[in-house]
Design a protein around this ligand. Structure first.
Ligand code: ADP
Length: 493
């Protein structure tokens, strides 16, 4: 089974969030499950630098696609190659006019969306369809698997470019419904999309062109990254305005929980931490905590309950719930470390709150993979108070590193963390602290439960042991995706 995996990020070459971790791990797991997977990625500078070409560039053939798009991209080429570090086969879309520029993959250095994002990411979907219909004479996918709004036009172009042939089937995975790729209606012409599709039951979303909606309407199957989020997004509360479409397509929608790459996230071998540890030999964790306290100028107290967060600073992540809780957290002898980057207003609010607690609280602004590992290794509790969370990876990393997750009961967080209720402690299923109402008060209650458990060292150790022994590896999700591909390839839609 040949699968074309279409996305924009792959760890460690380009990462802005969990999409990159999935892009690095899922294709590998799918290969182990018996699929032949090639990835299609834009040739952003950092991605191109980590890929070795395996042959001459391929011209995008005339598959009836939008000429305007090709003019904008100035003759894009497809470069077959492989990721140097992992050997993963890829095609890069070489279109310097669209992808080679200073700044981020989606935004400029000032944080503004690139003005030509419609064309930049339509090209990704269009190139996927071109590969689907023979752009590489050596290799053709049986099925195209597109990820998030950037790749969301792939299912539509596959239908539009099929001509007399049967359309290649597609799967679309929502990693975050909040980012939808909305553009002016006029982009439709530029992208070669028939005006007849600009209507409410196709591509139109409140007068705009929605890439995400295109995928929800035209993909043969829709998945998202946890079973609970798959249910939540069909409700008005969590559907980001697309719950109606998702309800209509509910029989095509399923949730497959993300996994963790335990080669990278393993406290007994992690190359990014110095003090290693695991169940049964936890002294390294105490050393990791002392080292972090020293690094960040915190009081070196072994008994301080260390709360951490490693997160994008965006409204979604709920870190604004923390400041009202902070004085009590410190008063009870806790410490707080936050590593994050993103929204300047959230950064300023956190900075103001933490400033009053020198030696007990530290804010690190920036994106720092090594520091993220060191913080999670050192932590007693990892905070993930997201308003909504499709899957969430940091709580899974926390579990493996004995940092008990303190989470809001939504999406993948609810699917992966069991609250330390008395009965859950009693039956051995407890793994963290879960709060239900999205408020500082509810978070405070969960924080108090963390302190209460800490005063019972034997119970804390038992919960921590259980957390560390849980496994969310990629094998089961890869099997679930493979089964889905098989269903689509053998059962006519
Ligand atoms: P999202 O994709 O919504 O940002 P996830 O929890 O799915 O959230 O994935 C976030 C990924 O990004 C994790 O691997 C996490 O460790 C990493 N991460 C987030 N913020 C930072 C940061 N400031 N520095 C280093 N890694 C970060």
């Amino acid at each position: 089974m040949n699968i074309l995996y279409v996305c924009t990020e792959i760890y460690p070459l380009l990462k802005t969030g969990g999409l990159a971790d999935v892009g690095a791990a899922l294709p590998v797991a799918l290969r182990s499950a018996g699929c032949q997977v090639r990835m299609l990625l834009p040739a952003f500078a950092s991605i191109a630098a980590g890929v070795c070409a395996d042959g001459p560039p391929l011209a995008l053939p005339d598959v009836g696609g939008p000429d305007v798009l090709r003019t904008l991209a100035q003759a894009p080429m497809l470069v077959p190659g492989h990721v140097i570090a992992s050997g993963q086969p890829v095609y890069l879309i070489d279109a310097p006019a669209l992808y080679l520029r200073e700044g981020g993959p989606y935004q400029d250095a000032a944080g503004q969306e690139w003005r030509d994002n419609a064309a930049r990411f339509a090209l990704l979907g269009w190139a996927a369809a071109a590969l689907g219909y023979g752009a590489d004479p050596q290799w053709q996918p049986d099925l195209v698997h597109a990820h998030d709004w950037h790749a969301a036009l792939a299912p539509l172009y596959l239908k539009l470019l099929a001509g007399d042939r049967p359309a290649k089937p597609s799967v679309f995975t929502i990693h975050n419904l909040a980012y939808q790729g909305l553009f002016a209606a006029s982009s439709c012409t530029e992208l070669g999309l028939p005006a007849s599709l600009f209507k409410v039951d196709a591509l139109e979303y409140h007068g705009l062109l929605s890439f995400m909606k295109a995928a929800l309407q035209f993909a043969d199957a829709i998945t998202t990254v946890s079973p609970r989020y798959a249910r939540e997004i069909t409700t008005a509360e969590q559907g980001c305005g697309l719950d109606g479409v998702l309800r209509q397509r509910q029989e095509r929608l399923s949730g497959i929980l993300n996994g963790v790459d335990y080669e990278l996230w393993n406290p007994s071998t992690d190359a990014l931490i110095k003090a290693h540890f695991d169940v049964g030999r936890m002294s390294g964790k105490a050393r990791a905590k002392r080292a972090l306290q020293r690094l960040l100028g915190l009081e070196e107290r072994a008994d301080a309950l260390l709360f951490v967060a490693v997160s994008r600073l965006s409204e979604q992540k709920g870190l604004h719930l923390l400041p009202p809780v902070l004085p009590e957290l410190i008063e009870r002898g806790g410490q707080l470390v936050i590593l994050g980057n993103g929204d300047a207003a959230i950064e300023a609010a956190l900075r103001a709150a933490l400033l009053g607690h020198p030696g007990q609280a530290a804010l690190q602004i920036g994106y720092d993979e090594a520091l993220a590992h060191r913080i999670i290794a050192a932590a007693d509790v990892i905070l993930v108070p997201s308003r909504f969370e499709p899957c969430g990876l940091t709580q899974l990393y926390g579990l493996r590193y004995g940092a008990l997750p303190l989470v809001h009961a939504v999406g993948g967080l609810a699917d992966t963390v069991t609250d330390c209720s008395l009965e859950a402690i009693d039956d051995g299923s407890a793994s963290g602290f879960v709060f239900h109402e999205f408020s500082s008060d509810a978070l405070r209650g969960a924080m108090r439960r963390a302190f209460a458990l800490r005063r019972r060292p034997a119970e804390w150790a038992a919960v921590q042991r259980h957390a560390m022994q849980q496994r969310f590896d990629w094998q089961a999700p890869a099997q679930a995706y493979r089964a889905l591909y098989q269903r689509l390839l053998t059962i006519p839609a």
